[in-house]
Design a protein around this ligand. Structure first.
Ligand code: NAD
Ligand code: DAU
Length: 355
């Protein structure tokens, strides 16, 4: 049994689906279902007995302890977080609550479980894997070397500061209490079930709705894009073979300026779903920049490749085409998110089961 937090979000749900496609080991999926949690991401599992969903807050230490005792997982994979930089600028409090205090409370529950409930053999096998971000390292100039695992932390947004704090807590729990932790710091993900407040799904959704395609500032900020299933594979590999206490950077070697990404999306949409009045590029609109906007992220993922043999399978060209295709083929999912109907999924599902 593995214990996944945040498994109804974008990366967490992809991870759960990929995991259960390759393994019969059950997953207990603990998610608070904030606006970013969407159980319909997991609807293809049906009532698969290998998937146990529990709606709970990782900040509820008592509940986390009860769940750990009940399910006795051999690993905890911590995806749950507030994850959107723009939201952290408008309202940082939830980010401190979940990313800092929530991670602390979860670590406390896991420390007690690990210390008092596991045999020596179970302790040997146990892992706490913390899913983090490249944003903790701050920003790069065009000529700087990519972030490595030894790059000094320099977070610039409330989001990245809260993730940096959680990384430090995880590190401290390894060094102080001997908890067998693993931390992954990954670059920008994209792919199916990506909530359309983030750049790539927002552009695809707005393009098809005939809305403007907002580019912050000059659009020359660079991100290093990784297809989500490659991130999930990296996490599985680190869980299997990572050295307790270590940090692994995960990236796609796909540095792209935002404006170039949006041009690629418009060109693929022009081909797959042309609009009669001309290219989707005509909908591009430059808007005010994000405050404190980091200029460039780039990941040096050589440690993960050299030590654990992981490399991404998708190039940006293959991954972005699959992604656009997925959004075109899954319009009801997009419409449910856009309309807010996805928030009613729990109620709807419960009522249907009662009927
Ligand atoms: P997301 O916002 O799509 O999903 C987050 C999930 O966590 C949601 O299901 C939400 O309901 C749940 N959640 C939030 N607060 C919770 C709480 N207090 N208790 C329990 N559940 C809670 O995020 P994502 O993009 O899937 O990111 C997942 C993780 O990966 C995060 O830790 C993020 O920092 C990290 N990460 C994301 C990216 C990216 O590009 N999206 C890149 C690198 C790292
Ligand atoms: O680098 C990893 C991080 O990537 C993760 O830790 C975060 O959880 C994830 O949200 C993502 O953060 P970004 O801020 O890089 O992602 P976002 O999709 O919000 O923005 C990508 C870039 O596009 C960024 O430079 C801001 C820009 N942008 C974004 C939006 C939503 C625009 O120009 N216009 C937009 O409308």
């Amino acid at each position: 049994m593995i214990f996944v937090t945040g498994g109804a979000g974008f990366i967490g749900s992809n991870f759960v689906l990929d995991w259960l496609a390759q393994s019969d080991e059950p997953v207990v999926n603990v998610d608070k279902l904030t606006y970013a949690g969407n159980l319909s991401n997991l609807v293809s599992l049906g009532h698969d007995p290998r998937h146990i969903f529990v709606r709970a807050d990782v900040g509820d230490e008592k509940k986390m302890s009860e769940l750990l005792m009940e399910y006795r997982p051999r690993a905890v994979l911590h995806f749950a977080a507030e994850s959107h930089v723009d939201r952290s600028i408008h309202g940082p409090r939830d980010f401190i609550e979940t990313n800092v205090n929530g991670t602390f409370n979860l670590l406390e529950a896991v420390r007690a479980y690990y210390g008092t409930n596991l045999s020596d053999t179970e302790k040997q096998a146990f892992r706490f894997l913390h899913v983090s971000t490249d944003e903790v390292y701050g920003t790069l100039s065009a000529t700087d070397a990519p972030f490595s695992e030894t790059t000094a932390y320099a977070p610039n947004s409330p989001y990245s500061a809260s993730k940096a704090a959680s990384d430090h807590l995880v590190r401290a729990y390894h060094h102080t209490y001997g908890l067998p932790t693993l931390t992954t710091n990954c670059s920008n993900n994209y792919g199916p079930y990506h909530f359309p407040e983030k750049l790539i799904p927002l552009i695809i959704m707005n393009a098809r709705l005939g809305k403007s395609l907002p580019i912050y500032g000059d659009g020359q900020q660079v991100r290093d894009w990784l297809y989500v299933s490659d991130h999930c594979a990296a996490i599985r590999r680190v869980l299997d073979a990572g050295r307790p206490g270590d940090v692994y950077n995960v990236g796609g070697w796909n540095e792209k300026a935002n404006l170039d990404v949006v041009h690629v999306l418009c060109d693929i949409l022009d081909e797959l779903d042309p609009r009669p009045q001309g290219s989707y590029r005509e909908q591009i609109t430059f808007v005010a920049d994000r405050p404190g906007h980091d200029r460039r992220y780039a990941i040096d993922a050589r440690k993960l490749e050299a030590e654990l043999g992981w490399t991404p399978k998708e190039t940006f060209d293959t991954g972005i085409r699959k992604t656009v295709r997925w959004y075109l083929d899954n319009q009801p999912w997009v419409e449910d998110v856009r309309s807010g109907n996805y928030l009613k999924w729990l109620e709807k599902n419960y009522n249907e089961r009662q009927a």
